[in-house]
Write a protein of this length. Structure first.
Length: 161
């Protein structure tokens, strides 16, 4: 009886570790393809309380474009010309992209759009588990940080323009 329970336990552990290994390989492939969507689940302004996001907010990264649909809850140092420009929303086709692989399957990705008004940089820390952190530095606004996860991008998830 004890032997059967031990064998079943070892089998389940083996299956679980194999599934985690497969997921890590798949997430690494997604990150290296430069075709992924970072889905934000929590927003953390530079000062103030964090907020759990109940709607879908995301950053789409493709080899030829970056599309941001993220909220902003921080402090703005100048008022926007258009009151509806409250979030971090833009589409960019002119951007710098640098990816550095670190220890334990972590990637540090820096995106610097040159055609998105007010955005200085977007820094992603992504892990092979699929989880990650996005820090957005803007001109005339406080820094925002987002926690979330990635999924594989599809060619026509959203129109870039």
């Amino acid at each position: 009886m004890k032997t059967t329970a031990l064998v079943i336990s070892l089998l389940l552990i083996s299956l679980f570790s194999h599934a985690q290994s497969t997921d890590a390989k798949e997430n690494t492939r997604i990150i290296e393809s430069k075709n992924f969507i970072f889905i934000a689940q929590q927003a953390i302004p530079q000062s103030g309380a964090s907020r759990t996001l109940t709607s879908q907010y995301d950053l789409t990264v493709r080899p030829d474009s970056v599309i941001s649909e993220l909220p902003f809850f921080g402090r703005a140092y100048t008022a926007p010309m258009n009151p509806t420009d409250g979030g971090i929303r833009f589409s960019s086709v002119k951007f710098g992209y640098e990816s550095v692989k670190k220890k334990k399957g972590r990637y540090e990705i820096s995106i610097r759009p040159s055609d998105a008004q007010g955005i200085i940089s977007m820094n992603l820390s992504l892990y092979s588990s699929g989880r990650g952190t996005l820090t957005v530095t803007q001109l005339n606004r406080s820094v925002m940080t987002f926690y979330g996860f990635i999924r594989e991008g599809r060619p026509f998830d959203r129109k870039a323009f």
